[in-house]
Design a protein around this ligand. Structure first.
Ligand SMILES: Cc1ncc(COP(=O)(O)O)c(C=O)c1O
Length: 409
């Protein structure tokens, strides 16, 4: 019998989860970029942070290990192939940290690692403390796992530090995780050894777990900056996770290999490992060919990493030197990572400024609000573009700001 039409007529409607924002509309800046490109007009892109599009030289056979016959055999294991985890432990050793490979779990990316860890550590509605300003994706990463991001502030006095009192105010009985990014995106600040000691003391006393996103830890903008940073995995009292991956350490975001290393008191680590194994076993998200190739890929990471290091250091110098010639602007002090921050006079909103930069100066930069800066006006630029492109882009920004100042005078 055919169903009666009326009873089953499609309403062409569906209820989506509230984890995904209801309004997906693009913003004024995206429209301005689209119009510029549609007209075929050139645009200097100071937001380009995809290393595979920034003119670095990758060996053409770099990904040959992905074709290794070991990838033909499926041997599911929650934390991934031990050989890959040993290679990652070796990579930590290169940076001076000793870690047992049994305490390392592979993930498909840092985003994947966050999702697995939120499932391990928090229930829906629990709170995760996130730095402000920081990585814009934290909004989505927390929301998609139904945890609530609560910001704590970083403050700037010729260098960035964690505002300890804002952090303490942010802790509640529902706080499960304290997230740090070292060096942070976009402020470029490492979490110093003394800061880390204080954070670990708060975590241990309040039953909070520390997650340290260290994806940019290879990249210094000030010589010796990394040595002043705290060593997360040496934690004695708090359970800690250090996140890393090939996306930044090798400039290979498309290969999709990240990792989590677990540290802290043995009893806590053992309980975390057992439970994380169950979570990872449920998803098994890392492709076998990538796991089989990991040791070889990690062995070849230095070549691209050193090109990136040279580029970001040169671009940061150019940003500082060019900005020094414009008294109304300043380049904020950065210690590491792939970004530079420019403070500019607030002659209008940041949004008006970045739209005008696209339309009139032919240059694209991120507005500070994108990273949740506490106030205006800041611009964030990627340090990855080729040197000449970068210098031209910064010059366009500064000339535009100068002409706006002249217009206001
Ligand atoms: C702080 C931070 N963590 C993680 C990532 C992304 O890492 P993955 O590609 O491994 O997800 C980024 C990318 O820009 C980042 O800025």
């Amino acid at each position: 019998m055919r169903p009666r039409r009326g009873a089953f007529a499609s309403k062409q409607e569906v209820t989506f989860s509230s984890r995904v924002p209801a309004d997906l509309g693009s913003n004024r800046l995206a429209h301005a970029v689209h119009r510029k490109r549609a007209k075929g007009e050139p645009l200097v892109d100071l937001t380009e942070s995809n290393p595979t599009r920034a003119g670095f030289e990758y060996r053409s056979d770099l990904l040959a290990p992905l074709a290794h016959p070991r990838g033909l055999v499926y041997e599911p294991s929650p934390f991934g192939l031990l050989e890959a985890r040993r290679a990652i432990a070796g990579d930590y050793q290169r940076r001076g940290t000793t870690i047992d490979p049994e305490r390392i779990a592979l993930s498909a990316s840092t985003s994947d690692a966050y999702s697995l860890l939120f499932k391990l550590l928090a229930d829906a509605g629990d709170e995760v403390l996130v730095p402000r300003p920081s990585y814009p994706l934290f909004d989505h990463l927390t929301r998609l796992d139904e945890v609530t991001a609560i910001p704590y502030d970083l403050e700037y006095h010729d260098g960035w530090t964690i505002d300890q009192s804002s952090l303490e105010r942010a802790v509640t009985p529902r706080t499960r995780v304290l997230l740090i990014v070292s060096p942070n995106n976009p402020t470029g600040s490492f979490v110093k050894a003394e800061e880390l000691d204080r954070l670990q003391a708060i975590c241990a006393a309040r039953d909070v777990v520390l997650i340290a996103d260290e994806v940019f830890s290879d990249y210094e903008l000030q010589p010796g900056a990394r040595a002043s940073a705290g060593r997360v995995l040496d934690s004695r009292d708090a359970l800690v996770f250090s996140l890393g991956g090939l996306s930044k350490s090798a400039g290979l975001p498309q290969v999709k290999l990240g990792w989590m290393a677990i540290g802290g008191p043995d009893a806590l680590v053992d309980r975390a490992v057992e439970r994380l194994e169950l979570v990872c076993d449920t998803y098994l998200s890392v492709a076998t060919p990538v796991q089989a190739a990991a040791a070889e890929l990690i062995g070849h990471t230095a070549a691209v990493r050193s090109q990136i290091q040279t580029r970001i250091a040169a671009n940061y110098r150019s940003l500082v030197e060019q900005t020094a010639t414009v008294p109304a602007c300043r380049a904020l002090h950065a210690e590491g990572g792939w970004y530079g921050v420019l403070q500019v006079p607030s002659l209008g909103s940041e949004e008006d400024l970045v739209v005008a930069l696209v339309e009139r100066a032919g240059v694209l930069a991120h507005p500070g609000y994108f990273f949740d800066f506490a106030r205006e006006s800041f611009l964030v630029v990627s340090l990855l573009p080729p040197e000449r492109v970068f210098a031209d882009g910064v010059s366009r920004v500064l000339r535009h700001v100068e002409s706006r100042i002249a217009g206001h005078a």
